[in-house]
Design a protein around this ligand. Structure first.
Ligand SMILES: [Zn+2]
Length: 319
């Protein structure tokens, strides 16, 4: 009698665990989760002339920040610190990152943190060209910002994440990675168990002649490609030799986390130096961005980010 009761208890416990796994996730149509309309709405606001190029410390970037915070709040992403805004300790005027958190649902894995990030600042108003002086920064990096907001919206809805996820939008990237340096050092001081950083930059235009959808900077520094493509079940993350040639690994917000924590930290991008002519120019406008492509990057990256976030071990390792 006693033995059969214990058996019954175990069966019930297992059944509970099985149904607990991801009750909502299976109802989400991941392949069509994001779309060109939602991406377009984000892009048309973040890269509009009204925001005047989102220069760090400007009124324009404050409008971008309010928009980002509204979206995080709307989707039930809590602020990581006391407020969503985390003021930079290493910048002369007032600048702040925006950091949201989605706590992990596994009692032990939730102590480990995955950071999904993008910079939301740009270079502001520059030398006039044909009467236009606003560097809108649609590709650089309203696109990465929109990508992170969409990934945040997915994970807030799915609630599948076993590890804790941070969604960080960095300021002052264009002033020398100031926002990410600040956050990396602060998290290190706090003793955060940071596992990996997945950063997004310039995903607004597709690469046309490649066998993969995005490339990862620092591709050969870890097994990020192998791990990502296994979760995607297709070849979506590749190695772009030009990115290595220009040392892009060192040139975006992934790098300070690699430096400070010595962990896998990569930037995903679709800017290949041939598919976009308006880098840091006034022509970097939302009208020339491919919103469907951007939505596809979000949707195809969801299983990758989800797989990495939920794996039982820290499977991405530095070479
Ligand atoms: Zn950028």
């Amino acid at each position: 009698m006693k033995r059969s009761l214990i058996f019954l208890f175990l069966v019930l416990l297992m059944a509970c665990k099985a149904t607990n796994r991801s009750p909502i996730a299976e109802e989400i149509d991941i392949a069509n989760f994001s779309n060109a309309t939602i991406i377009g709405d984000h892009m048309n606001f973040l890269a509009s002339d009204a925001l005047r190029g989102r220069d760090t410390g400007s009124e324009g970037i404050d409008l971008a920040a309010s928009f980002i915070i509204d979206k995080l709040e709307e989707n039930g992403i809590a602020s990581y610190y006391k407020a969503y805004q985390d003021t930079l300790s290493n910048y002369e005027s007032t600048a702040y990152n925006i950091v949201g958190v989605l706590e992990g649902n596994d009692p032990s894995l939730k102590e480990e943190v995955i950071l999904v990030g993008a910079h939301y600042d740009h270079i502001g108003v520059i030398k006039s060209q044909n009467g236009d002086s606003i560097a809108n920064g649609a590709n650089d990096n309203a696109s990465g910002t929109a990508t992170v907001l969409e990934l945040a919206r997915y994970f807030a809805k799915a609630r599948t994440n076993k590890r804790t996820m941070l969604f960080a939008l960095f300021s002052a990237e264009e002033k020398g990675l100031k926002g990410s340096v600040h956050l990396a050092e602060k998290m290190k001081e706090d003793g955060v168990n940071l596992y990996a950083v997945l950063n997004f930059e310039m995903t607004g235009a597709p690469m046309t002649d490649k066998e993969y959808l995005v490339y990862a900077t620092g591709f050969n520094k870890s097994n990020i490609g192998t791990v990502s493509n296994a979760y995607a079940d297709e070849n979506i993350v590749g190695f772009l030799p030009t990115a290595e040639g220009y040392n892009l690994f060192l040139r975006s917000d992934n790098y300070p986390f690699y430096e400070v924590f010595k962990i896998p930290a990569h930037t995903f991008s679709t800017f290949d130096f041939t598919n976009f002519d308006h880098y840091h120019k006034v022509g970097d406008e939302p009208g020339i961005m491919d919103f469907s492509h951007m939505a596809s990057v979000v949707n195809k990256m969801i299983p990758v980010v989800q797989g990495i976030t939920n794996a039982s071990t820290k499977e991405i390792v530095l070479n």
